[in-house]
Design a protein around this ligand. Structure first.
Ligand code: ACM
Length: 584
């Protein structure tokens, strides 16, 4: 338990400068030798319009805030938890206004340095010039060093904070980028402010050595059930980057809408893209739009995984091209939320031309190695017809030089080298998937009852579903992707992904409400060593992110499971976060 901070609390009922009915409340934290200089001083005085009862409440709250454990920006408070942390209380450092960010003379390292500067400049108001150097040293600044001898894999990094400044070392730009995400979290939460604030930008001394547990750490956004503008997707990318996720899976096509332009089949978007759940206007990404998302993500070391769902979930494609339908008759556009009724005709060669054209164009637009071909809930395509279809599609993907990913319904189809199944079951007893793994498949784990971000947190969550159960933060956190599916060794698991289906999600605020705070829970399962797994510790670390999101203007669910601090990151900041449920 952190020692409590002594406090002097003075109340003066009115003074010469205050109008009647107003009290000056003066609070002074006493210096605490165990935590160093106080970093969260309370403004003096605070004026409150109050009657006696309210004053008593204010006094109680002020005392509670000050008596709470002091905010110590501890090295071990990072989410996802770091592999190895060595605090050094003698190494604390305060970012000075004249600090310089120096990076290895390498374009990728310099790009990360610019990203860091762009993160720090708004709140600090400091110029933070970026400069290169052959052998960067902090010298009262921040150094980002590419070093081939750092043996922490493709994404690992080492971060050292001393009285001389900060030094991040990695053998790749991705490693430097993750070091920067950690550094950001070690600064006071006010660093998230979009405008300059007065703050002591203190960092805790010590060393972090860190690398991910799994190479695939992702989230999925369904842009088919409801369409989301490019700007919304970029903001989701930002959230992924903050928690060291490295894959964004876009569910681009479904019964309710086709969202990616395909030149060889243009009506997919001009007809098939104009609908969505509930009858809204839908929309689609031009190739330039999609390219913007891919580039923005790549700049943040995130790979886009495009999904074209086949053979089911294809009503929008059949509306556009009835020749693909089994009866060759155009179905009406679909704006409901049922699944499993539609499919492209597996008996028609034209269907395979369609698949090859679409996947070919999407592959050309996508620099990453993956093509996700869906495969789920094709209830009307069964047995050998289904496996035969999937096997042909798998070969089309391989011929395009891509790695096939599909929902775990692909499991019975013949193995193809490198194929990855995305497991979304709710019961880890799945012999069919385990058998596919024995034949060589690898898994991305997305349990419906732990990782589906469209499930409600609690019965009163205003949006979301509950078919896989309620998923509060603890449920999202307390499971292990490495051992979740019986008979599947952890070596066959490439990682974890949190899908967000959007039947009930219509705005960016809705997306964020369901994402936060569960996305960091999934991120920690993907990144952190199992030995760090600890609900109580995670809950306390996560609590500090509430004020960060609030300061950045990000919506989140203020779930009562998490001991959110009662004070905002910036004294006097308005509590503007729309919480949806359980407002404080
Ligand atoms: C799925 O949830 N139908 C993959």
């Amino acid at each position: 338990m952190t020692p409590r901070q002594p406090v002097n609390l003075t109340f003066a009922i009115t003074d010469a400068n205050t109008p009647p009915g107003v009290a000056a409340v003066s609070t002074t934290p006493s210096p605490d030798p165990t935590t160093g200089p106080a970093t969260d001083e309370v403004p003096l005085p605070t004026l409150v319009q109050a009657d006696a009862a309210t004053l008593a409440q204010v006094a109680e709250r002020a005392a509670g805030d000050l008596l709470a454990p002091p905010t110590r920006h501890r090295l071990a408070d990072v989410v996802p938890a770091a592999q190895h942390v060595e605090p050094d209380p003698t190494g604390d450092w305060v970012l000075p206004a004249e600090a310089v960010i120096v990076a290895s003379a390498d374009p990728a390292a310099l790009a990360v340095a610019e990203q860091l500067a762009n993160l720090l400049r708004p709140a600090t108001g400091y110029p933070l010039p970026v400069t290169d150097a052959t052998t960067p040293e902090p010298a009262d600044g921040i150094a980002l060093v590419l070093d081939d001898t750092v043996d922490l894999g493709a994404e690992g990094y080492r971060l050292g904070i001393t009285t001389n400044g900060v030094r991040v070392t990695a053998s790749t730009a991705a490693g430097l980028f993750y070091g920067v995400q950690t550094l950001r979290q070690l600064l006071p939460a006010a660093i998230e402010s979009p405008v300059p604030v007065t703050e002591r930008w203190a960092l805790p001394g010590g060393t972090i050595t860190d690398a991910p547990r799994f190479p695939y750490r992702g989230a999925m956004l369904d842009v088919a059930r409801h369409f989301f503008a490019v700007e919304d997707v970029l903001r989701v990318v930002d959230h992924l980057a903050r928690y060291k996720l490295n894959h964004l899976h876009l569910h681009l096509t479904d019964d309710q809408g086709w969202r990616i332009a395909v030149d060889s089949w243009p009506k997919l978007t001009t007809l098939g893209g104009t609908t969505e759940v509930g009858g809204g206007p839908g929309g689609h990404y031009t190739k330039a739009d999609y390219g913007r998302i891919v580039t923005y993500a790549a700049d943040r070391h995130i790979t886009v995984v495009p999904e074209i769902d086949l053979p089911g979930h294809t009503n929008a494609a059949l509306v556009a091209y009835p020749e693909l339908a089994p009866d060759k008759i155009a179905p009406p556009p679909y704006t409901g939320t049922e699944v499993g009724f539609s499919y492209v005709d597996p008996a028609d060669e034209r269907t395979y031309e369609f698949v090859a054209d679409v996947l070919g164009e999407v592959a050309t637009l996508t620099p990453g190695p993956w093509l996700h071909v869906g495969g789920d809930e094709a209830f009307k395509v069964n047995g050998e017809v289904y496996t035969g279809f999937v096997e042909r599609v798998q070969r089309i993907v391989a011929d395009l030089g891509k790695t096939v990913v599909g929902w775990h319904q692909l499991a019975p189809a013949a193995h193809l080298d490198g194929r990855v199944l995305q497991w979304w079951g709710t019961n880890g007893e799945d012999p069919t998937t385990a058998e596919a793994v024995r034949r060589g498949a690898q898994l991305i784990i997305s349990p419906g009852n732990h990782a589906y971000l469209d499930m409600k947190y609690a019965s009163d969550t205003p949006i979301g579903h509950d078919w896989a159960g309620l998923i509060d933060v603890r449920k999202a956190y307390d499971w292990d992707p490495g051992t979740h599916v019986t008979g599947v060794p952890s070596t066959a698991v490439i990682g974890v992904e949190a899908p967000l289906w959007t039947e009930s999600v219509t705005s960016l605020a809705d997306i964020e409400l369901l994402l936060l705070p569960r996305l960091p829970a999934i991120a920690e399962l993907g990144w952190s060593p199992r030995a760090t797994h600890d609900w109580n510790g995670f809950r306390d670390r996560l609590a500090g992110h509430g004020p960060r999101w609030e300061t950045a203007g990000i919506t989140f669910h203020r779930t009562p499971e998490i001991p959110w601090p009662s004070t905002p990151a910036i004294p006097g900041q308005r509590r503007t976060t729309p919480t949806g449920v359980n407002p404080t």
